[in-house]
Design a protein around this ligand. Structure first.
Ligand code: ATP
Length: 206
């Protein structure tokens, strides 16, 4: 099994890269999806969030009221840290379990937005970073997600910069051009690096 950690700033193109790799046969472990699962109705994670922030963050359907929670942590770094302290360990534990459960010959791609910030690079065989210029990312977030430009810029500013991510990268994919160029780069990466790497790992172990 080859464990690939996929990261990049907001709007860089991580999801596009992950989907393309899945099309080739990679097993995806998506931290955004898991972050929702660990606080789904009835989970111990939701209980912990309610214990910390009270029933004001509980929605009428028994699930988390995300806008209410966002409002609570918006201007309060201590509350945000507390929330992250509940969510992040549970996401890491579940991601690790899913990776362990993948088939022995799998190429597992774990999409982790804050991989570099949290210092998780050593837990992967290979760290894949997707990078795009700030202006390109703002334009994508405005165009595709309807985000106001100032919000997009603020979110980008709150993350590690591309230089820091690039320093942690084993493979850096630049995504400032057309989608077709990105697809070609991902296809080449799969064929020339990931498949041979996985195969090497497996044969060395036998
Ligand atoms: P987030 O961190 O918010 O999850 P992300 O890194 O996963 O973001 P994507 O969702 O993959 O980013 O890409 C952001 C948007 O930009 C999407 O709508 C995607 O379709 C689009 N996009 C990505 N790459 C390109 C490209 N090369 N050309 C045009 N559009 C692109």
């Amino acid at each position: 099994m080859l464990r690939v950690g996929l990261t990049g700033g907001i709007g860089s193109g991580k999801s596009v890269v992950a989907a393309r790799l899945a099309g080739h046969g990679a097993v995806l472990v998506d931290s955004d999806v898991i972050a929702r699962e660990v606080v789904a109705p009835g989970t111990e994670g939701l209980r912990a969030v309610l214990d910390a922030f009270g029933d004001r963050v509980l929605g009428p359907d028994g699930g988390l009221d995300r806008p209410a929670l966002a409002a609570v942590v918006f201007d309060d770094p201590a509350a945000r840290a507390r929330l992250n302290g509940i969510i992040h360990p549970r996401v890491r534990e579940r991601a690790a379990a899913l990776i362990t459960a993948a088939p022995a010959e799998a190429i597992v791609v774990n999409d982790v937005p804050l991989l570099v910030e949290v210092g998780l690079a050593p837990t992967y065989h290979l760290v894949l970073v997707v990078a795009a210029s700030r202006d390109t990312r703002v334009a994508r977030l405005v165009r595709d997600r309807g985000m106001p430009p100032a919000d997009a810029a603020a979110r980008i500013a709150a993350q590690a910069d591309d230089a820091r991510r690039a320093a942690a990268a084993d493979v850096l994919l630049r995504n400032d051009g057309e989608l077709a160029e990105l697809y070609a780069a991902v296809d080449g990466l799969w064929r020339d690096r990931l498949v041979p790497y996985e195969s090497n790992l497996r044969h060395r172990r036998v």
